[in-house]
Structures are given as C-alpha cells and as structure tokens.
Design a protein around this ligand. Structure first.
Ligand code: FAD
Length: 277
C-alpha cells in the first residue's frame, strides 16, 4: 500500500494571515498530499474561519478535511456544522473532543470523541470518512495508559476509519501503541502525526502542554545551540527526517504533517524522504 501523506493548517485570525496561508498552501499543494486538514476551535470558536479555509482549499482542487470538536457544543450545532461540511463537498472529518477554552465551563452535550463519532454516524451514516486522534505517549488527562488505550479502542469501534497521532519524537512509542491497539482488535490505520521543528523553546512549552516527550538527547542538543537558529533548524530537520524514515520503513501507513501554516520545513522533509514535488 502506498503511504498517504496529509498536511494540517490552523485558520489564521487576520486577513494577512489568510493571504500568507494561501501562498504557503500553494507550495504545499505541489507536493500532492492526499488531503489538507484544518483545525477547529473548541466550542465552535473558529467555526466560520475553519469553514472558510475548507471552502478555499476545496475550490483549489485539494481534498479538505475539517477538524470538528464536540466539547462545549450542542447536538444541534454539530448537526448544523455537518450540513455545512456536506454542502462544501467535504468527505473526511477529523472528529475530536477538543479542550474547553479557559473561562468556558459548560462541557456541552457530547463529552468524549467516541460520542461525537457515534453521533456523526447516526446522523449521516457513511457520508463522511472519520479520523480520530491517538496518543502514543498517552493523553495528558488519561487516568492510566491502559484506560487511554481502552478509550481509543472504544472510539475506533464507534465508527472511525483511521486515526492520526499526536506528534512524538520516539518511534518506539508509536510502534508500541500500534501493537497494543492491534492486540485490542483495533485494525484501522494509525497515521503518525509529525511536527517539524522550527525552534526549540516554543516546541518545549507546547510539548509540555500536550504531553509529547522531547527525548533528553534531543533537548540537550537543542539547548547546546543557544540562539544559533541555523544549527537548530539543521538538527531538527535531520531528527525529524530520520523519524519519518523509521516510521515508514516500520510500516506506518502514512504521515500527517503539522505544518503550523509554514511550507518550508514540510517541503524539505518531503524532498529528503524522496517524495514527489
Ligand atoms: P477523547 O478521545 O475523548 O479523549 C480525551 C480524554 O478522555 C483521554 O484522556 C481519554 O482517555 C479520556 N476518555 C475518552 N473517552 C472516555 C470515556 N468514555 N470515559 C472517561 N474518559 C474517557 N483540538 C482542538 O481543539 N481542535 C483541533 O482541531 C484539534 N485537532 C487535533 C488533531 C489531532 C490529530 C490530535 C492528536 C489532537 C487534536 N486536538 C485538537 C487536540 C485534542 O482536541 C485534545 O488532545 C483533547 O484533549 C482530546 O481530544 P480527543 O478527541 O483525543 O478526546
């Protein structure tokens, strides 16, 4: 099976950001990914912006997969969003729970992603391909690794077609997670999420919050470069390309790049992997 490659964006907050993203997207479209995905703010906070970017991508002739999170939402608002996605010609959705934004207390009518997957299937049958999130280093709020795995298996059985992982830099965590999921009878493709490294301090903060581990040998090497952006970039590219190679040669069904709305690192990793474009 040929590995599937996909690329994720977030909806910019300003008109300049939207224009910049258009230019980055054009460069990335040349790599011919399977789809572009667009994140979605919890409680529908980016609803209009996500939809606008999805419509633009579809008009550019690339398959657009919006993310959809259920926390803080009602069934009626999710139903409305599904109808908007269908009208925009969407065929894939990344279905998530999301996280409650600070200051928002009402968790909404669907508490976990498995309930969202069940709801979408009940409302729209097989109209959409559904992708869900997976956490090889475990979700930060999980009671235990075992409980998280059970919840993941439950979510897959609710009707997911595939999963995309949180990013990680330790390939063994991914392979271990896939083995554990298979032992639970979960057969859907589990696509590694890949975060190219543009700078170290922001990545370190972000990784702490989302529960992704930066191995000590990587952390120490980045720290040793101080403000030397060129060395950080070069080391980051080497590490992430080697990770991708190991994942693909170990049987990963594809790669999903967290682009952070930038084309250069994804393009360079792609070319180093010997892909087209
Ligand atoms: P769930 O699968 O519902 O799991 C959340 C937690 O609840 C886990 O700890 C799980 O073990 C536990 N759990 C699950 N089911 C149950 C149950 N029945 N009983 C008790 N506990 C349970 N966030 C956004 O806001 N917008 C985005 O666009 C977005 N895109 C993402 C894309 C990917 C590929 C990934 C990996 C994450 C993304 N996120 C996004 C972040 C995600 O929303 C958060 O990680 C969120 O905290 C969990 O969402 P989930 O869908 O994995 O939740």
């Amino acid at each position: 099976m040929t590995p599937e490659f996909s690329i994720e964006f977030f909806p910019p907050q300003t008109a300049e950001g939207v224009t910049r993203l258009r230019a980055e997207r054009e460069k990335l479209a040349a790599l011919q990914p399977e789809f572009f995905s667009v994140t979605y703010g919890a409680g529908g906070s980016t609803r209009a912006r996500t939809l606008a970017i999805v419509r633009e991508i579809a008009a550019e002739g690339v398959c657009a997969a919006p993310h959809l999170s259920c926390i803080g939402s009602t069934r009626a608002s999710i139903r409305e969003m599904l109808s908007e996605f269908a009208t925009a010609g969407v065929s894939r959705i990344v279905a998530l729970r999301g996280d409650l934004p600070s200051g928002m207390a009402d968790p909404g009518e669907l508490r976990y992603a498995n309930e969202l997957v069940e709801f979408i299937r009940a409302e729209t049958g097989d109209r959409f391909q559904l992708l869900v999130a997976a956490y090889p280093e475990w979700h930060p709020q999980a009671r235990s690794p075992e409980a998280d795995l059970q919840h993941f298996a439950h979510k897959a059985r609710a009707g997911a077609n595939a999963a995309i992982t949180q990013y990680f830099y330790n390939a063994d965590a991914y392979f271990y997670f896939v083995d554990k999921a298979r032992a639970q009878g979960v057969e859907i493709p589990i696509i590694p999420g890949v975060m190219p490294i543009a700078g170290f301090s922001r990545l370190a903060r972000f990784s702490d919050a989302c529960g992704a581990d930066i191995p000590r040998w990587m952390r120490k090497t980045f720290e040793s470069y101080g403000d030397d952006a060129a060395s950080i970039r070069a080391f980051g590219l080497d590490v992430v390309t080697a990770l991708c190679e190991r994942l693909l040669s170990g049987g990963a069904p594809g790669l999903h790049f967290y682009s952070m709305n930038q084309s250069t690192l994804v393009t360079e990793i792609w070319q180093r992997l010997g892909r087209k474009g």
